[in-house]
Design a protein around this ligand. Sequence first.
Ligand code: URA
Length: 436
Amino acid sequence: MQNHPARLNRRKRDGGELTRDEIRDFVTGVVDGSLGDAQLGAFLMAVCCNGMTPTETVELTLAMRDSGRVLRHDAVPRAKVDKHSTGGVGDKVSLLLAPLVAAAGVAVPMISGRGLGHTGGTIDKLAAIPGYRTDLSCERFQQVLQECGYAMAGASAEIAPADRRMYSTRDVTGTVESIPLITASILSKKLAEGIDGLVMDVKAGRAAFMQREEDAVALMESIVAVGRAAGVKVAALLTDMDHPLGRGLGNALEVTEILQALDGDCPDDLREVTLALGAEMLLLAGVATDLPAARATLEQLWRDGVVKQCFRHNLEVQGGDPRVLDDASLLGRAPHVVAIKAARPGFVADVDPLELGHVIVDLGGGRRQPTDAVDPHVGVVLAKTLGEAITTGEALAFVHARTAAAAAAASKRVAAAMPIGDKRRRRGALVKRRMA
Ligand code: URA
């Protein structure tokens, strides 16, 4: 580092503004190791407490993007648009959205994360498909994109390496909750994908990264502004995470739900959020003139089986076993599947996504620590969702567990997370706000 970190930290601590060169210098020090952990921690805390100006946030994002490889897909003539979600329970949208949007003529270079804590990750869901490879080199990722219109990969050390060190330091210094730092972390990785457009799905609710709607809106505004300043088209939707998305919760169970959805059997909430995000992607790509036309295109491709063909092609190219499309049992199954029966008649009065997310982690389907292994087969399938009528003895949900003891412990918690009441409660709007 050319600038002395203590001097920059002091200025940031006292509410001053850093220049582009100072921020770039700092990020260089993050990656080459010349910046110490204490200096990085102090910087993150100063930003967390004092914020960053919009210009500083843009510069930090670009410096983090440029800390690794920035992909270009010159051989792909289509517009390149991706989606990123801040995550939630049952959020399997990417698995359906990528082939859907690719089928409509948009290239989708999707680099995703693994799950940590109660929220699942796309890479863990894909790992539940026998043979499917997400550890693609940048070159292979580009080839897959060219060959089948979309590519799904995990973030390699080559993409925005500054974020790896910064995120893990934020985790241990209590500085995760900072809008400029979250913005730079998310966008640095997405901008390195070589995209023309990005649709953000910012979730709000009990199981969301941002639980309060006003915080989710602040993040949306920041990501839209910084993404645009970085030269990418950005749209954002604020969507509900006060209840899980769909009925399958847990990696293989979510893939099973996607396989059914490809054949048209898709829960309404999953369909709605997928189409809403997909339509925004088509608009950004310039392949549709308005949202209703974009939705109509996507619905037709879905109905006609084109999306399933696109999914099959990607499975074949990325090493997955395409026979799962005709036989989901090839995904495997946990040895203990236990039905939770309703103790009384009524309506499902709540489905607490945060508790269900924790149950899945405790069943082994998620990680407490980044190094934890994940059991692909465990989880919960909701037989009923919010507001649905149920009679005594009817199945409320099914727990999929590795042992009988784990199934019994999880069953009690799932029953408590899904109380039955006398009044039919309806879910609020799934898409709460749009910025485009
Ligand atoms: N996801 C990221 O990639 N980074 C953050 O800072 C928060 C969520």
